[in-house]
Design a protein. Sequence first.
Length: 82
Amino acid sequence: MLPTEGRQVTFIGRVGAELDVEAGRKAARLAAVNALSVARQHLGSLDKVTRIVRLGVSIATSGDVCAMATPGGRPSLEAGHV
């Protein structure tokens, strides 16, 4: 799922190059919301969702940005050398 609003791509580029870390977070959130929207359209309601088996996320980076887990278990994008 892409980070789009309507039919417009909202974020274009790689985190660490064309996008900063905060823009990467916003793009990932928007893509997740779009995925939920598609599921809701297909199912009629998200109330029918009982579990999510797998959710994968890919984020393009310039190579000097790495993802690190936070204490809450949620991923956090951190700028730094790998």
